[in-house]
Design a protein around this ligand. Structure first.
Ligand SMILES: *[C@@H]1O[C@H](CO)[C@@H](O)[C@H](O)[C@H]1NC(C)=O
Ligand SMILES: *[C@@H]1O[C@H](CO)[C@@H](O)[C@H](O)[C@H]1NC(C)=O
Ligand SMILES: *[C@@H]1O[C@H](CO)[C@@H](O)[C@H](O)[C@H]1NC(C)=O
Length: 640
C-alpha cells in the first residue's frame, strides 16, 4: 500500500519532511540551529539564558538593519521531527518581541512571511508530487503483475485466462496482448518487458500473419496494427536514432510487420463494391468477406483512419490513407439527422442500415475519430479535412439536443439511445463504452491545450464551451457508475431512472451512494471487463481542466481493480457481477487492460509532459501517434 493522503496540512508537512529537497540556505540554517541545540544540552540554565540573550540581541540588531529572511515558521514546523528547531527559534523570536515591544500594527505581509507562504505552498506541491509518484508506481506494479501472468501462462496467445492459467485465441491468434501491451511498457519505461514483447514480435508475428485465418478488420487494426505503429514511433524510429531507446528489435522491424499486416487488411477495402470495407479478413489468402448478416458496424469502418494515415506517413505510400479516408469521405455524403448515425452500414449498398442510434457499442468511435483524424492532420491547416470537424460539431450538437438527459432524483447527466431512430422512443441506457465521450469532448474543445490556456487565448467557441461543460458533467456520471456498486467497479451497461423508466430492486448495491436510486443495473449487464473508457476520460479531463479530483477518482478505481480483479498467480480478471460481494471472476484478462486501462492510469498520475495531448493523438485503443506524422524523440518520452 502506498501512503494514504494525510488530511491536514500539518501531517503533509510531517510526511514531507523526510523527502523534500531543501534549499541550501535552509539546510545551513537548520544545521547551525542543530549544533547550537546540541551544545546547549550540556550547559546550565544560566549559560542557556546568556546564550539566549546573545541570540536575541543578534536578532534584534539584524532585524533593525536589514531583515534576514528566516525560513523558520513555527506553524509550518509544528509536528515535524525538528523539535529543536521549534523550541529554539520560538525562544529567540519571543525574546526579540520582548525587547522590541512593537506597537500593534495591522498585519501585513513582510518579505519573511512571503517566503514562509511560498515554502508552505512548495511543501504542499512537493508532497502532492511524491504522493502521485508513489501512486504511479502502483500502476506500474499492476502492469508488471498483469504481464507476468500473461507471460507465464499465455505468451503468444491473444489473451490470458488468469484463473485457469492458460491462453486463449479469441482475436485471430496474432498474440494481441503482446502487441497491445508493448507501447505501455515503453511509456512506463520497463525495458525488460519491451525486450520480451519486442523479441516475441520479431520472432513470431510475421509468420503468424502469413498463416492465420480470419480476423476482424477493426479489432486487428486498432490492437495489432496500432500497437506496432506506436511502438515504432516510441522506440525512436523517426529521430533517425542509431541506437534505439529500448532493447529488443530495431524500430524498423515494427514498421515492416505493420506494413505487411496492413497490406493484407487492405483487401477488406479493395474487394468491397463500395468505399465501406467488409468486416472480416482472411489474412492467409488475402481475401475479405462481410459479417454473417452482411453488415459492417459504423464505428468499425470509421475507426481505422488514424492507423492507416500514420502508416502512410511513415511508409511514404499513400495507398493506406487513401483507402481509409474514402470511408469518411463517403460517410460525409450520407444523410443524417443532427449528425447522428445508425450503428450499421452495408458494404454492398454503402447505406446505413436500421435506425438504431447510440454512442455505445458499434457507434462510439465513429464520433471519436471524426475529431481525432481532424486533429491528427491539420487542426484547420489542412482545409481538406475541415468537413470532419463540421461533422463532429454537428453530431455533438445532436447529442446534446437529442440524447442527453438528467436522471431522477439526483440529476446525473447521461447520454441515452434512440433504438428506433431519431423520432422513436428514447432509451435511458448508457454503455460503459460511452464513457470515452467526456475525454473526446474535452479534447475536441481545447484541441489538447489546457482549459486555462484556451480561455486565456480566447480559443473556445460557444460550441466548445458547451461541449466542455457536458464533458465534465458526463465524467461525474461515469465515475458514479463505479461508486454506486458494491465493488466500486462499473457495470458494462447502466440505465438511468427517468420519468418514463424506473425499476426497483436493481441498484448497484452501495447503499451509501447518493445516486443509488438514479442508476439502475439490470441483471444481464452487471459484468466488468476491466474496460478503460472512464479512466481514459479521467486522464484527458485531468490534463485539460487540471482539476485534481479526476486523479482522486482514478485512484479510487485503481484500488477497486486491485481489490477485486487481481489474481494472485498473475494477471487480472474480468468480473461477472459488480454488485455482488465477493464478485465472481470471469477468467479473462482483455488485452485493453494492459494496452489502455493501465496506460491511462499511469499517465493520469504522472507529469503532463509525458505524451502531451497537443503533440499526440491517442487511437481508440490508446496507442499514441504523433500529430502531423513526425515528432522529435526527445519530446516523446520523458523519464521521471
Ligand atoms: C498564505 O498561504 C495560505 C494558503 O496557501 C493562504 O490562504 C493565505 O492567504 C496566504 N497568506 C498570505 C498573507 O498571502
Ligand atoms: C516516396 O515515394 C516517391 C514516389 O513513390 C519517391 O519518388 C520518393 O523517393 C519516396 N521518398 C522516400 C523518402 O522514400
Ligand atoms: C459508496 O458510496 C460512497 C458515497 O459516495 C463512497 O464514499 C464509497 O466509496 C462507495 N463505495 C464504493 C465501494 O465505491
Amino acid at each position: 500500500m502506498s501512503k494514504v493522503l494525510p488530511s491536514s496540512m500539518r501531517d503533509v508537512d510531517y510526511d514531507n519532511a523526510k523527502f523534500r529537497h531543501r534549499s541550501l540556505f535552509k539546510v545551513i540554517t537548520r544545521a547551525s540551529h542543530g549544533s547550537i541545540k546540541r551544545d546547549c544540552l550540556q550547559c546550565s540554565t544560566g549559560k542557556l539564558l546568556i546564550i539566549l540573550m546573545i541570540v536575541g540581541l543578534a536578532f534584534l540588531i539584524l532585524s533593525r538593519t536589514s531583515p534576514v529572511p528566516s525560513y523558520h515558521n513555527s506553524r509550518v514546523n509544528k509536528g515535524t521531527s525538528n523539535e529543536e528547531d521549534k523550541s529554539h527559534t520560538g525562544g529567540a523570536q519571543g525574546f526579540r518581541r520582548f525587547w522590541r515591544r512593537p506597537p500593534r500594527l495591522p498585519p501585513r505581509l513582510t518579505p519573511d512571511e512571503k517566503v514562509r507562504n511560498d515554502s508552505l505552498i512548495n511543501n504542499l506541491e512537493e508532497s502532492e508530487m511524491l504522493k502521485w509518484r508513489a501512486r504511479q508506481q502502483k500502476v506500474k506494479d499492476a502492469f508488471l503483475h498483469a504481464w507476468s501472468g500473461y507471460k507465464n501462462y499465455a505468451m503468444g496467445y491473444d489473451e490470458l485466462m488468469p484463473l485457469s492459467r492458460r491462453g486463449t485465441d479469441s482475436l485471430g491468434g496474432l498474440g494481441a496482448t503482446v502487441v497491445d501491451a508493448l507501447d505501455t511498457a515503453m511509456i512506463m519505461d520497463i525495458d525488460e518487458i519491451v525486450l520480451e514483447a519486442g523479441t516475441w514480435i520479431e520472432n513470431n508475428l510475421q509468420e503468424r500473419i502469413a498463416n492465420k485465418g480470419q480476423v476482424n478488420l477493426f479489432e486487428t487494426t486498432i490492437r495489432v496494427l496500432g500497437g506496432l505503429l506506436s511502438a515504432y514511433h516510441l522506440s525512436g524510429a523517426e529521430h533517425g536514432m542509431v541506437t534505439a531507446k529500448f532493447r529488443g528489435p530495431k524500430p524498423d522491424v515494427y514498421r515492416k510487420i505493420a506494413k505487411d499486416l496492413a497490406d493484407r487488411l487492405l483487401v477488406a477495402f479493395t474487394s468491397s463494391p463500395t468505399p465501406i470495407p467488409f468486416s472480416d479478413v482472411v489474412l492467409r489468402d488475402h481475401s475479405a468477406h462481410p459479417a454473417p448478416d452482411g453488415l459492417s458496424s459504423t464505428a468499425e469502418v470509421a475507426t481505422l483512419q488514424l492507423e492507416f494515415n500514420y502508416l502512410s506517413d511513415i511508409s511514404n505510400d499513400t495507398k493506406y490513407r487513401m483507402e481509409a479516408m474514402k470511408v469518411l469521405e463517403h460517410l460525409k455524403t450520407l444523410s443524417k439527422v443532427d449528425g447522428l448515425v445508425p450503428i450499421y452500414i452495408s458494404p454492398y449498398s454503402g447505406e446505413f442500415s436500421g435506425e438504431n442510434i447510440r454512442l455505445g457499442s458499434r457507434g462510439d468511435s465513429y464520433y471519436e475519430y471524426l475529431i481525432k483524424v481532424w486533429l491528427q492532420h491539420g487542426r484547420g491547416q489542412n482545409t481538406d479535412l475541415n468537413y470532419l470537424h463540421k461533422m463532429y460539431e454537428e453530431a455533438m450538437k445532436g447529442v446534446r439536443q437529442r440524447l442527453v438527459r438528467k436522471s431522477k432524483p439526483k440529476g446525473l447527466v447521461f447520454v441515452g439511445e434512440l433504438p428506433y431512430g431519431i423520432d422513436g422512443t428514447f432509451s435511458p441506457k448508457m454503455d460503459h463504452l460511452v464513457c470515452f465521450l467526456p475525454g473526446t469532448l474535452a479534447l475536441g474543445a481545447t484541441k489538447g491545450s489546457t482549459k486555462n490556456e484556451a480561455l486565456k487565448e480566447n480559443l473556445l467557441s460557444f460550441e466548445d464551451l458547451e461541449n466542455l461543460k457536458l464533458a465534465e458533467d458526463l465524467m461525474k456520471t461515469c465515475f458514479e457508475m463505479y461508486a454506486v456498486t458494491s465493488t466500486g467497479l462499473a457495470p458494462e451497461i447502466a440505465y438511468f431512472h427517468v420519468d418514463e423508466f424506473a425499476e426497483d430492486g436493481l441498484d448497484g448495491g452501495n447503499k451509501s451512494s447518493e445516486y443509488v436510486n438514479d442508476i439502475i443495473i439490470k441483471q444481464a449487464d452487471r459484468h466488468n471487463l476491466l474496460r478503460p473508457e472512464t479512466v481514459e476520460s479521467l486522464f484527458v479531463l485531468y490534463r485539460i481542466t487540471e482539476d485534481k479530483k479526476y486523479r482522486d477518482w482514478g485512484w479510487q478505481i485503481l484500488m477497486a481493480f486491485e481489490k477485486y480483479t487481481r489474481v494472485d498467480s498473475g494477471g487480472y480478471s474480468s468480473l461477472d457481477d459488480v454488485t455482488m460481494l465477493p464478485p465472481h471472476r470471469r477468467d479473462k484478462m482483455e488485452t485493453f487492460f494492459l494496452g489502455e486501462t493501465l496506460k491511462y492510469l499511469y499517465l493520469l498520475f504522472g507529469e503532463s509532459t509525458n505524451i502531451p495531448l497537443d503533440k499526440f493523438i491517442f487511437s481508440t485503443e490508446a496507442h499514441p501517434f504523433p500529430v502531423n506524422g513526425a515528432l522529435k524523440m526527445h519530446d516523446t518520452l520523458q523519464t521521471m
